[in-house]
Design a protein around this ligand. Sequence first.
Ligand code: NAD
Ligand code: TYD
Length: 359
Amino acid sequence: MTILVTGGAGFIGSNFVLDWLAQSDEPVVNLDKLTYAGNLQNLSSLDGDARHIFVRGDIGDSALLTDLLSRHQPRAILNFAAESHVDRSIHGPEDFIQTNILGTFHLLESVRAYWGALPADAKAAFRFLHVSTDEVYGSLSKTDPAFTENNKYEPNSPYSASKAASDHLVRAYHHTYGLPVLTTNCSNNYGPYHFPEKLIPLMIVNAQVGKPLPVYGDGQQIRDWLYVKDHCSAIRRVLEAGQLGETYNVGGWNEKPNLDIVHTVCALLDELKPRADGKPYKEQITYVTDRPGHDRRYAIDARKLEQQLGWKPAETFETGIRKTVQWYLDHPQWVADVLSGGYRDWVEKHYGGNDKSAT
Ligand code: NAD
Ligand code: TYD
């Protein structure tokens, strides 16, 4: 048996692949386009491991997908591949439409053809799990209840709108064609291998080199934060026991304003790697112009996943953020390679832009 993971060189996908192969000998075919967000150094511990089959390619490439599916016969597909950064979607939405909407559509078409031709028992056991976000539900006021799976979709950024569209396509392929799908909508993740243009890793990295810590607007926007390994365990649980066609909200019960997050990161750095001048890192906080259309609050009600499938996060925010800051302090070379763009050279040297599995 084999699973196919898309976007497995990104932040969450690489954590998922590492966790999967730490717990199972079931091989993973990892299809990733290696955009700026794909970093094979995240998976360097799997070099030479025959259970990890990396393929560089686009989820929208139907010919590649048809070939991969018929060659590897996966029992499940987990779709992590996406353009994922809200700020990038504001500056250039087109890639988001291309990958998140059209890419998902082409992937679904390839999967539908493959699944439709499977023998009855393999067909019944097959799963397509789509990894999505809480941002599809839009923004909450301070007093609104947290998002449940029944909330209306009200996406506000090109990123969330493109993810919402992909969720709708996945749903439609279940209702129209019977494709056995599952969807997860998760809150903000943090942890190892997070690309340092997102809030938490950016703060950890900037703080240490004496750069400003840019807080958008008043810093009172609220997000729910989940340690990435907990997201991975939720996905594994939904894959193994989720009801077909259902969606599951995944969250950490950790609603925090951005400014609190930045203060927590600063306090941990003060403890673990104090500034040479003895001053607190929070002195580097700088308020900058707010993001256009900035959602004020996200909050996840994850009771369905807990009550129906028995999943709970293992980390609190306090334990998860400490591990995260420590991980960045312990991996200066990973950070340096991302900042210098050296990780792209590494990819070229190891893969030369080729499909490794075909060699
Ligand atoms: P990421 O940007 O770190 O990684 C995305 C990966 O997908 C990269 O490796 C990239 O190379 C690859 N990719 C992009 N376009 C592709 C294409 N057309 N074909 C194949 N591969 C392609 O993103 P992430 O933070 O790891 O998020 C993974 C998934 O989880 C996304 O679908 C995202 O919407 C969702 N999600 C993320 C968060 C979060 O906090 N990061 C929260 C909830 C849901
Ligand atoms: P981000 O990590 O980009 O995730 P998302 O937009 O998907 O929630 O941002 C998290 C929050 O932090 C969001 O409210 C925007 C804010 N933010 C800053 O205040 N400063 C920054 O430099 C960044 C990148 C984000």
